[in-house]
Design a protein around this ligand. Structure first.
Ligand code: SF4
Length: 389
């Protein structure tokens, strides 16, 4: 390993800031094990108790009708298409009720850019869910939907955000980030807003008190430098707002869409990206592995590359699975996956507060990492639920 790479890794492992150029050098040239070790060191410093969190939520798609026609999307149907559908509020509330019964703490409402859905539609949707299920956190939609509703209603981004926040939206999903740099974004989603505009919406939302996550979809033909540029664009906004709670990279699923000739990112590329993300985002608290797109085995390996969260037991997911993601998990499997990686599983809420830590002194009598901090919530019994599409 070169002295330069060694010095960058050490600085990053110690919590220091690295530049975009240094991150690219690590991504392309750092030895795999040294990269993972440095990232895991950051994870260990941040979360010394060794807990890996997960969330129970339900992803509810309210419509697949969309005017934006992203080339990578296998979920949408154009307006008037025979296979287009929209769920009414009653159906959405019924699904929210099922989610609550299965132990969900969060609902993720996502859908296409329906030509008739302006701010009023979302205000009605969120206020109806909040009224019926005040215990459910609404972590939903993304900047693309906000821009769309603002355009349909002829209002500013800020007016739209303030209205949906008042109606009950708690936080914004990092959806729709795809690749933020112009060249790869135009290649896969020519009608979608620019990356700069996506970030502008996040900045406005953070400014009025709505936090969010940030995602990245890799594997559609972008360069290594563009992957790192995507992360730098997010970090620049985070420097200003501090509103991103987590970074969630995931791999493009290539089935049933119009993006010909593109490949998925390999597991190695994904794991290297995960490690570099942990080192690069010194100002973002959480790093999530996407077992839904990469599979549970790669998700487990990511726990040794800096990841502290495995995201959601999704009770319903249609968008990614439409494009070929076949991976499914249930609560029991996910807990075992975390345990066998040598970590302590804990259910979290949207704010990453621990709700239940699955640990007993019988597991390891010498391990006192958890009891002193979490004695009131350890081993709370949770229902075992299956993910279904
Ligand atoms: S990714 Fe979203 S905005 Fe793009 S076509 Fe699919 S539903 Fe529409």
């Amino acid at each position: 390993m070169s002295v330069v790479i060694s010095e960058i890794l050490q600085r990053a492992a110690d919590g220091g800031r690295i530049s975009e150029e240094e991150a690219l050098l690590l991504y392309t040239e750092a030895p795999f094990h040294a990269l993972g070790e440095a990232a895991d060191n950051v994870r260990r410093t941040r979360y010394p108790e060794g807990i890996v969190t997960y969330l129970i939520d339900r992803n509810i798609n309210y419509t697949n009708v969309c005017v934006t026609a992203c080339k990578f999307c296998a979920f949408y149907r154009a307006p008037k298409h025979a296979e287009g559908w929209s769920h009414d509020t009653e159906e959405i509330l019924r699904r929210c009720g099922e989610a609550v019964d299965l132990g969900a703490t969060q609902v993720m409402l996502q859908g296409g850019h329906h030509p008739d859905y302006g701010v009023d539609y979302y205000v009605n949707l969120f206020s109806s869910v909040k009224k019926a299920y005040p215990q459910l956190v609404i972590h939903s939609i993304g900047p693309s939907e906000i821009l769309h509703m603002a355009k349909v209603s002829g209002v500013s981004i800020e007016d739209a955000v303030v209205a949906i926040k008042a109606a009950g939206l708690d936080s914004i999903a990092g959806a729709g980030a795809e690749m933020l740099p112009d060249r790869p974004r135009k290649a896969i989603a020519p009608l979608k807003e620019s990356g700069a505009r996506w970030l502008e919406v996040m900045e406005v939302a953070h400014g009025v008190g709505i936090e969010s996550t940030a995602t990245m979809m890799m594997g559609t033909g972008e360069t290594n430098a563009e992957r790192i540029e995507h992360m730098r664009m997010i970090r620049d906004v985070q420097d200003k707002t501090g509103g991103f709670r987590a970074f969630i990279p995931w791999t493009y699923q290539p089935e049933n869409n119009h993006l010909k000739g593109r490949t998925q990112a390999t597991s190695l590329e994904y794991l290297r990206l995960i490690a570099v993300a942990r080192l690069f985002f010194h100002n973002v608290n959480h790093l999530q592995a996407s077992w839904l797109t990469t599979g549970k085995d790669v998700g487990q390996l990511a726990l040794h590359m800096g990841v502290d969260d495995l995201g959601s037991i999704m009770l319903e997911e249609n968008v990614i699975s439409s494009a070929g993601a076949k991976h499914r998990s249930n609560l029991h499997d996910l807990i075992q996956l975390i345990r066998t990686a040598g970590r302590i599983p804990a259910q979290r809420d949207t704010l990453y507060r621990h709700l239940a830590v699955h640990w007993t002194p019988e597991d390891d009598p010498t391990d006192d990492r958890v009891t002193s901090h979490f004695s009131s919530i350890v081993n709370r019994q949770l229902p075992l639920v299956s993910a279904k599409s």
